[in-house]
Ligand binder design. Structure first.
Ligand SMILES: C[S@@+](CC[C@H](N)C(=O)[O-])C[C@H]1O[C@@H](n2cnc3c(N)ncnc32)[C@H](O)[C@@H]1O
Length: 294
């Protein structure tokens, strides 16, 4: 596994699943192929695979304009982005300024918006853009706002990704459009990993406009329209299990913290064409997840 990680903190981020996804790629002869995330978020798995040299290219798509701006900026304006990390003042005033930029959205411009997402992600509790500041507005908490703003380490992570910028494609589409428009042009030797907003408890954590009907529709689109090997992870809500009832799947326990700890059953679903790594790997994943928490 790589020394460097995604620069973003993501509640429930799936970076810990990277060894399992790698195993899926290996079992199916897909190592060295393309790796695609239509709901990329912090792209923990993609970055891990990219930096380990396991894949030829990674495709990161996310409907969030701010996330897109972040990925675009670190690839296209690496030096300026890293300069801003080095110089950022760790004050409550600066945090307010960055919140205002975030609220402007696209109008703020790609670099400013991308940096504000990063700043808030590193300075807010659990990395949630709308969450409170670590240490509180009066900065009297045990941890201060710079607790996760480890400048040198974050710059190194960003530089490691930007060094491979030719291998990273970033898009800002709705996942359904991405599946329809972009996937048909992808090489056959590819794995698509979909990590949609959870059916339950997602609202607070991520951009999520999915209604139960949207979840049902995207499940149909995935199973009907994706022609290359795919894997989906979801919360194990009964509705979700019903949508994928005729696919191969397994459940595992995931524990993560987003303000408070949740513990729940999660599910992985697979395209019929995908060979699932043997049980011992799944067992190992369960142990890793249970052992580590977030
Ligand atoms: C569960 S998170 C993905 C987390 C990611 N796997 C990680 O490890 O950081 C879901 C992501 O989907 C994005 N999203 C929500 N609705 C979407 C949509 N309709 N199309 C594409 N992306 C969407 C959110 O912005 C969020 O980043």
């Amino acid at each position: 596994m790589s020394r460097y990680k995604t620069p973003l903190r993501y509640p429930g981020g799936k970076q810990r699943l990277a060894p399992f996804i790698r195993e899926v790629m290996e079992t199916n002869g897909l190592l060295g192929g393309d790796y695609i995330e239509p709901y990329a978020g912090g792209a923990g798995v993609a970055i891990e695979l990219l930096l380990a040299g396991d894949v030829a290219r990674v495709h990161l798509n996310d409907a969030s304009v701010a996330l897109y701006a972040f990925w675009r900026s670190i690839l296209d304006e690496t030096e300026e982005f890293c300069r801003r990390i080095a110089c950022a003042s760790m004050t409550v005033d600066e945090w307010r300024k960055q919140k205002a930029i975030m609220a402007e959205g696209e109008a703020a411009g790609t670099l400013d918006l991308g940096f504000s997402l990063f700043f808030l992600n590193r300075c807010n509790r659990s990395g949630i853009p709308s969450g409170g500041l670590i240490g509180g507005q009066d900065q009297t908490g045990r941890w201060k706002m710079d607790a996760r703003f480890t400048r040198r380490n974050l710059i190194a992570r960003i530089e490691a990704i930007a060094y491979r910028r030719e291998l990273v494609r970033v898009t800002n589409l709705d996942a359904e459009d991405f599946i329809r428009r972009e996937l048909p042009g992808m090489p056959r030797k590819s794995l698509v990993y979909l990590d949609p907003p959870y059916f339950k408890k997602a609202e607070r954590l991520y951009l999520n406009h999915y209604t139960p009907e949207d979840h049902a529709r995207i499940a149909r689109v995935i199973q009907r329209d994706i022609r290359i090997p795919w894997v989906v992870s979801y919360d194990g809500a009964p509705e979700v299990l019903a949508h994928f009832a005729t696919r191969q799947f397994f459940m595992y326990d995931l524990q993560y913290h987003a303000g408070k700890a949740y513990k729940g059953r999660e599910a992985f679903f697979f395209a019929d064409s995908v060979r699932i790594p043997n049980g011992s790997v799944i067992q190992a994943i369960n142990e890793v997840l249970l052992g580590q928490g977030a």
